[in-house]
Design a protein around this ligand. Structure first.
Ligand SMILES: [Zn+2]
Ligand SMILES: [Zn+2]
Ligand SMILES: [Zn+2]
Length: 264
């Protein structure tokens, strides 16, 4: 398996593996200072959650979320940062009970699912783990651990990212030298999933050479076909998510690929 990914601490910008970060976050002086500097009368409980790709643990998020936030808020956060491609269904599995984004009204399959309108504090507790699935066809499965619960000043944000894995190093499957920029979902089976721009262009030129082209038409067709090529091959951008290369996933619109700490 690939080496462990590392991530940056939101407060001090230091880099650790996931395990190292979990320890660090409780000792980070910058974090302590930041929490002490918060002001406000109202207090609130927060859960520290570790969210990982169930089958790809290189991808991880460490967040704090208000205990009064609903599962729907957590679902939306996960969609925004990691999984949303075309509005698929999703579900949390907590102690054998499903909480669905759109629960079916009839009890057709057995235990009816609940909605996501439950507050976290009513369904999770410190030390437990639960699961999340997005898209019941090409499913992305995540495991979520509830690391701890703390009381603090009530902040405006429901969710605060404490750290996140840096993008794993993925090399082009052809040249095995350049960082991969594209992923071919069908390539998982053919052994050529990852492409850099140079190799993609070289492949394209090979294909072009096989066709008979008039010199004059060449430039124009080349431009057009180049666009088609991306489309036809269903290439997707390499991105920092356990949903990379699945369905039409093209990365997050709301969050940068690399986590930006408060202090660098
Ligand atoms: Zn720190
Ligand atoms: Zn999709
Ligand atoms: Zn290459």
């Amino acid at each position: 398996m690939a080496k462990q990914t590392r991530g940056l601490c939101k407060y001090c910008g230091k880099e650790y593996t996931k395990g190292g970060m979990l320890k660090h976050l409780h000792a980070c002086k910058e974090r302590k200072k930041a929490l002490e500097a918060e002001s406000g009368k109202s207090r609130c409980g927060y859960y520290e959650l570790v969210i990982c790709g169930k089958y790809n643990k290189q991808y991880w998020l460490i967040i704090e979320i208000k205990e009064t936030a609903t599962l729907r808020v957590l679902d939306q956060f996960i969609r925004d940062i990691w999984v949303e491609c075309c509005g698929h269904l999703s579900t949390f599995d907590i102690n054998g009970v499903n909480y669905d984004a759109h629960p079916a009204e009839t009890d057709f399959w057995g235990t009816p699912a609940r909605s996501m309108n439950y507050k976290l504090k009513d369904v999770i507790s410190e030390g437990m783990a639960f699961e999340y699935e997005y898209d019941f066809g090409s499913t992305t499965s995540l495991s979520i651990e509830v690391r701890e619960h703390r009381m603090g000043i009530r902040t405006k944000e429901n969710v605060t990212i404490l750290s996140r894995n840096n993008p794993p190093e993925i090399l082009c499957s052809i040249c095995k030298n350049n960082p991969a920029k594209w992923v071919n979902p069908e390539g998982w089976y053919e052994g050529v999933p990852f492409w850099c721009d140079e190799c993609l262009e070289a492949e394209r030129e090979d294909d072009m050479a096989e066709d008979d082209y008039d010199e004059e038409d060449y430039e124009e067709d080349y431009e057009e076909d180049y666009e088609d090529y991306y489309y036809e091959d269903n290439l997707l951008p390499v991105c920092n998510s356990p949903r990379m290369g699945v369905c039409g996933y093209e990365g997050s619109d709301k969050y940068p690929e690399i986590f930006e700490p408060d202090k660098k």
